[in-house]
Design a protein around this ligand. Structure first.
Ligand code: G1P
Length: 289
């Protein structure tokens, strides 16, 4: 069955990025020439998904506006003969159908996903976290969909992280099935240092099946007092096979100040117009260090 819907939770407060994220959603901060969220939406579109469900909260309307068609701006730009800009803006607003639902209380990622239940319906769907950018030749979401089409069971994206950083992630323990693929045996959200042997960290890409909603509805607050998606996933993995997939590409935590800077450099070095000049500049900077 072809997966048609993607959920992108963007309701988080962005406390790691204050003060920049005080009046602007962190998902709207710019990486080179477009907001972080646009890269995620472009990944979804490139992977063949047809509809996006944003989970928003108060103060996040800039995200919806970014993907909307702005008639006034379009008319002004046309009158000024700025047709290239008009085309680019029209392209953004026609990328994909986007609907949004509100997460009314900040009760955690699991709760954010639960709010999409009636819009997602009874089919498998993708979840992409707005902070996690992946630079790759094949979109990360598409890589995961290819595995899902084969296994017809939930898939979570993972990467290996240094053991002293495991406490920052959901960690999985699993049996290797083949290169890059593990069958999940155990998952734990942000384990205390020294309490897990695995360094396989969940990053913000998931393919879920609709049973997750009942499990989320019955999940009690976990790490940080929040309803954790990882806890519901652990319950799901006890009911049916679940796979962890070590994606091909580089992931950036764009919700973190250093991760954001690294993302800007990596995406600028791939930019069709700016890359050459920027590479020259970086070499000059490096030579002066
Ligand atoms: C969330 C998930 C965590 C995952 C991480 C990846 O945590 O709960 O399991 O490893 O995203 O970015 P957050 O970073 O939102 O605290």
């Amino acid at each position: 069955m072809q997966i048609k819907k993607a959920v992108i939770p963007v309701a988080g407060l962005g406390t790691r990025f204050l003060p920049a994220s005080k009046a602007i959603p962190k998902e709207m901060l710019t990486i080179v020439d477009r907001p972080t969220i646009q890269y995620i939406v472009e990944e979804v579109v490139a992977s063949g998904i047809e509809e996006i469900i944003l989970v928003t909260s108060a103060g996040k309307s800039a995200i919806e506006n970014h993907f909307d068609y702005d008639f006034e701006l379009d008319t002004i730009l046309k009158n000024k003969n700025k047709h290239d800009l008009c085309e680019e803006l029209c392209h953004i607003s026609s990328l994909i159908d986007i609907v949004s639902v509100r997460q009314k209380k900040p009760l955690g990622l699991g709760h954010a996903i639960l709010t999409t239940r009636s819009v997602v319906g009874d089919n498998p769907f993708v979840v992409l976290l707005g902070d996690d950018l992946v630079l790759s030749d094949t979109p990360c979401c598409q890589q995961m969909l290819e595995l899902f089409n084969e296994v017809q069971n939930p898939v979570v994206a993972i990467q290996q992280v240094p053991m002293d950083q495991t406490f920052q992630y959901g960690i999985i323990e699993g049996e290797p099935v083949r290169e890059r693929v593990y069958e999940v045996r155990r998952m734990v959200e942000k384990p205390a240092p020294g309490t897990v042997d695995s360094n396989l960290a969940i990053i913000g890409r998931y393919i879920l099946t609709p049973e997750i909603f009942d499990l989320l509805a019955n999940t009690t607050p976990g790490h940080g007092g929040e309803i954790q998606l990882t806890d519901a996933l652990a319950a799901l993995s006890r009911k049916r096979p679940m796979y962890a997939y070590e994606f091909e590409g580089t992931r950036f935590d764009a919700g973190d100040k250093l991760g954001y800077l690294k993302a800007i450099i990596a995406f600028a070095l791939r930019h069709p117009v700016l890359a050459d000049e920027f590479r020259k500049h970086i070499k000059e900077v490096a030579a002066g260090l």
